[in-house]
Write a protein of this length. Structure first.
Length: 425
C-alpha cells in the first residue's frame, strides 16, 4: 500500500491529470444532509477513536470535472493516480471530533492505552473512502479570479469499526454524503472535500448499527468472560514483609498474548498473577516471562472487562508475592511503576513519581500519577515505598506519541473486588 500524508490529498485534488475522452464525471446529485440526532443525557456511550483514513480509487479514474468561469470552458477532468493511499488522520479526526461532540458521542483524540493499540477507547474506526465524484468551477463568482473556486464533492465511505475487546472488526457501515457551495474561495477544493467527509460522519452518527455499538456494552459476538465463581484466596499476599523496589521488580513478569504484550505482578505463593483484561484479551492461555528470563505457561482464570483486570495462574517457581496495600494512597505519596515500557527487552524498568490526584471515571475509581509509563506498562504494579502494590497501570494521555505525565491506575482494592480475590497469610 502506498502511504501518503495529508499533503498528498492536496496534490491529488489540485493536480489531477490529462485524460482522454470526457464522460460527464461532474454529473451527480447530492443526497439530502443528515439530520442531527443527539444522544440522551443519561444514555451510555463507549469511547471511540479514529485510527485510519484510506482512499482507494482505481488508478486512472476520472473523478472530477473542472470548468473555468461562467463561459463553461472545460479543462481536462481530474484523474486519480495515487492508488490505495493512507492519509494522516489528524485533520479528519478534527472533523469527526466536532460532529461527535455536537451529537453527544465521545471521540478520543489524545488518550492511549498502554498495551500498544494506541488508544484507551475500546472501539476504533477506520474510514475507507471507496468512491469520490466532484465538480469544480474556477473563477465563477463575482470576482473572476482563477485563484477562487466553487463546486461540489460526493463521497462514499466504508466505516470499519474495530473492537479492542473482541479483537476484530465488528461492523462495516457504508455512508454516502456530499457538500456543495456556490461561494468561490481560495483553497475551496480541499475544503469542499473535507466537508463531504463531514457529511459522511454525520451519516455514520445516525446509523442505527453504529449507535447500538456505541450505546451498548461489548458486542454480542464477544467471548463471554469466565465466571468469577467462588472467592479465591491469595496465600502470602497478606503476610509479605516490606521489601525493596529492586526485590519487587523480580516478581513483575511480562505477559504475552497473541501478538501483544503487557506487564503483570505475582500476588500469591501458588502462582496467581494480576494484569489488565485488555492485555490477555480473549486468550485462554498466555506466556509469562520473569525478569530472570525464565518462562512459563499461564492460564487465564478470570477477567473483568468493566474494571479491566485479569487473573492468571502460572508456576511461581518459589517466588514470593508482592504485598498488597488495599487503602487508597494520599495525594503527594511517593510511588514507583514497574513494567516493560515499549518492548519486552525493557522489562524491569522502574520509574518514580507521586500520586497526583484521585479521580472517578464512569463510576470507577482511578489513581492519577505523574510517574512515567508507556505502552507495555499495562497491567504492571504501582507500588509504594514499602514495595506494596497500591494500584495497576491501565492508561495514559499522550500528545502524539509523547507521554504527557498524566497516567491512570486501578486501585488494587477494586481489582480484588472485581475478581473476587482475598489476600491471605
Amino acid at each position: 500500500m502506498r502511504g501518503v500524508v495529508f499533503a498528498g490529498l492536496v496534490l491529488a485534488l489540485l493536480a489531477g491529470g490529462v485524460a482522454q475522452a470526457a464522460e460527464r464525471v461532474g454529473a451527480f446529485t447530492l443526497p439530502p444532509p443528515a439530520p442531527m440526532q443527539v444522544l440522551a443525557p443519561g444514555e451510555a456511550r463507549r469511547a471511540v477513536k479514529l485510527a485510519r483514513v484510506v482512499i482507494q480509487l482505481p488508478d486512472g479514474q476520472q473523478w472530477a470535472s473542472v470548468r473555468y468561469s461562467e463561459l463553461f470552458l472545460s479543462a481536462p477532468p481530474l484523474v486519480w493516480n495515487a492508488g490505495k493511499s493512507e492519509l494522516e488522520p489528524g485533520s479528519f479526526a478534527r472533523v469527526l471530533s466536532d460532529e461527535f461532540r455536537d451529537s453527544g458521542f465521545r471521540l478520543e483524540t489524545d488518550t492511549a492505552d498502554l498495551f500498544g493499540t494506541g488508544s484507551a477507547a475500546d472501539l476504533q474506526i477506520g474510514a475507507l473512502i471507496s468512491d469520490m465524484k466532484g465538480r469544480f468551477c474556477v473563477g465563477c463568482g463575482l470576482l473572476k479570479s482563477y485563484s477562487l473556486e466553487s463546486g461540489a464533492v460526493l463521497m462514499t465511505v466504508e466505516w470499519q469499526v474495530y473492537s479492542s475487546l473482541d479483537r476484530k472488526i465488528v461492523a462495516r457501515i457504508q455512508t454516502v454524503g456530499g457538500y456543495e457551495t456556490s461561494k468561490s474561495q481560495t483553497g475551496n477544493r480541499l475544503r469542499i472535500t473535507m466537508e463531504a467527509f463531514r457529511e459522511n460522519a454525520r451519516q455514520l452518527l445516525i446509523s442505527p448499527e453504529f449507535r447500538a455499538l456505541v450505546t451498548g456494552g461489548p458486542t454480542a459476538t464477544s467471548a463471554p468472560a469466565p465466571p468469577k465463581g467462588p472467592q479465591i484466596l491469595l496465600p502470602g499476599a497478606a503476610s509479605t514483609a516490606p521489601r525493596s523496589i529492586a526485590q519487587a521488580v523480580a516478581v513483575a513478569p511480562v505477559v504475552f498474548s497473541g501478538d501483544g504484550m503487557g506487564s503483570g505482578f505475582l500476588v500469591s505463593r501458588d502462582g496467581y498473577v494480576i494484569t489488565n483484561q485488555h492485555v490477555v484479551g480473549a486468550a485462554k492461555f498466555v506466556k509469562v516471562r520473569w525478569p530472570d528470563g525464565t518462562e512459563a505457561l499461564g492460564d487465564v482464570i478470570r477477567t473483568d472487562s468493566a474494571r479491566d483486570v485479569a487473573l492468571i495462574k502460572t508456576d511461581p517457581n518459589g517466588r514470593t508475592p508482592l504485598g498488597l496495600h488495599t487503602g487508597i494512597p494520599s495525594v503527594g505519596d511517593t510511588v514507583f511503576a514497574i513494567g516493560a515500557p515499549l518492548e519486552e527487552k525493557l522489562q524491569g524498568s522502574v520509574t518514580k513519581g507521586i500520586v497526583s490526584a484521585l479521580r472517578t471515571e464512569k463510576g470507577q475509581r482511578l489513581i492519577q500519577s505523574d510517574v512515567s509509563i508507556n505502552h507495555g506498562n499495562s497491567g504492571g504494579p504501582l507500588v509504594n515505598e514499602k514495595g506494596q502494590v497500591v494500584a495497576i497501570a491501565v492508561s495514559g494521555m499522550f500528545e502524539g506519541s509523547a507521554p504527557m505525565g498524566l497516567n491512570f491506575f486501578i486501585p488494587i482494592a477494586d481489582a480484588l473486588t472485581a475478581l473476587n480475590l482475598q489476600p491471605a497469610p
